[in-house]
Design a protein around this ligand. Structure first.
Ligand SMILES: CC/C=C\CC/C=C/CC(=O)SCCNC(=O)CCNC(=O)[C@H](O)C(C)(C)COP(=O)(O)OP(=O)(O)OC[C@H]1O[C@@H](n2cnc3c(N)ncnc32)[C@H](O)[C@@H]1OP(=O)(O)O
Length: 282
């Protein structure tokens, strides 16, 4: 059974407790029965889209965990049925320039906090993870997805008239290989769980991803010395992170210049209308 951090009297848990109270979109809890495992739960209805405040809250939760030496595993999960995350909040793309810059900076920071976490991270996907939802999963060390065929995962940005940023495209290439990533990116393919497993976009399918992730964390991952896991991550990720920091400002400027183009804005409005029309048809 998972108990909230609220039930812990230690200093560490007081910090988590404060965070939980402050945060309405993301919360962290630690398991009494499984020490060292933190559950970071996204709950921003209807679809966990990554708005500015959502990115900031998720980052804050991760930053508190990073400082907590007693936690060595992070399970990233959603409590919205059928949804992991719908990716970036498309409404943010229509905001004025200053807000766009703040938004993209927060999204970049979220990538740093999740991809650069020293803890072992597991994405527990009980539902769909398009675009930046897929980025959250790709930033984790291990991905367990529901076997429910209604769920989809992938980088579908091209269908919105935009392209994934280079560092996200790189994550896809690192995970599934250049050729499959190349095809997926321009087609905007969203994969069903079995297809995602076949190309290596996810590591396992399970009817209960949270239960399986916890089992993996305790029975397998925690048996590997923590410092060895952290050092292995540094080996494989530090080059990407260094490059990201060097390019961060250019990435921000490119995003703002790209997204504010009239043609892109028209396309995005059309996509939002399509989503609304789909909902009305249900
Ligand atoms: C140089 C780089 C430049 C640019 C890079 C930009 C990078 C972008 C990365 C991204 O993440 S773009 C976002 C891409 N995301 C999507 O395309 C997902 C769209 N959503 C869906 O496919 C579906 O909503 C879903 C499969 C996630 C869930 O389906 P369902 O449960 O049937 O829900 P509804 O479709 O009815 O949606 C409910 C509600 O939520 C709104 N919504 C959905 N997704 C988003 C979103 N990403 N942002 C904002 N709002 C979203 C949808 O419009 C409905 O709103 P209502 O007001 O009608 O309730």
């Amino acid at each position: 059974m998972i108990r909230s951090a609220l039930s812990y009297p230690s200093k560490k848990n007081l910090v988590l407790q404060c965070l939980r109270r402050m945060s309405s979109l993301v919360s962290t809890s630690v398991s009494e029965v499984h020490p060292g495992v933190a559950h970071v739960t996204m709950h921003s209805p209807p679809v966990n889209s990554l708005s500015l405040s959502f990115c900031q809250e998720l980052s804050q939760n991760l930053q508190v965990i990073h400082k907590d030496k007693s936690i060595d595993i992070i399970l990233l999960q959603s409590d919205i049925p059928g949804i992991f995350s719908a990716g970036l909040d498309i409404k943010e793309f229509t905001q004025p320039k200053e807000r766009l810059m703040e938004f993209w900076t927060a999204f970049q920071q979220l990538y740093i906090d999740l991809y650069g976490a020293s803890q072992t991270t597991i994405a527990c996907m009980e539902g769909s993870a398009p675009a930046a939802g897929c980025m959250l999963a790709l930033s984790c060390d291990y991905r367990v997805m529901t076997s429910n065929t209604k769920a989809k995962i992938g980088l579908n940005e091209s269908l919105l008239g935009i392209a994934a940023p280079p560092w996200l495209a790189q994550q896809m290439m690192d995970t599934v290989g250049s050729r499959v990533a190349e095809l997926s990116l321009w087609r905007g393919t969203l994969y069903a769980p079995e297809q995602a497993l076949a190309i290596g976009l996810v590591d396992e399918l399970h009817e209960n991803p949270r239960e399986r992730a916890l089992e993996l964390a305790v029975a397998e991952f925690q048996k590997i010395p923590r410092q060895a896991r952290a050092a292995s991550k540094t080996l494989t990720r530090q080059k990407r992170l260094k490059h990201f920091h060097q390019e961060r400002q250019a990435d921000l400027e490119h995003f703002v210049n790209f997204i504010t183009q009239d043609a892109v804005q028209t396309q995005l409005r059309g996509y939002l209308q399509q989503l609304a029309a789909k909902k009305n048809k249900k």
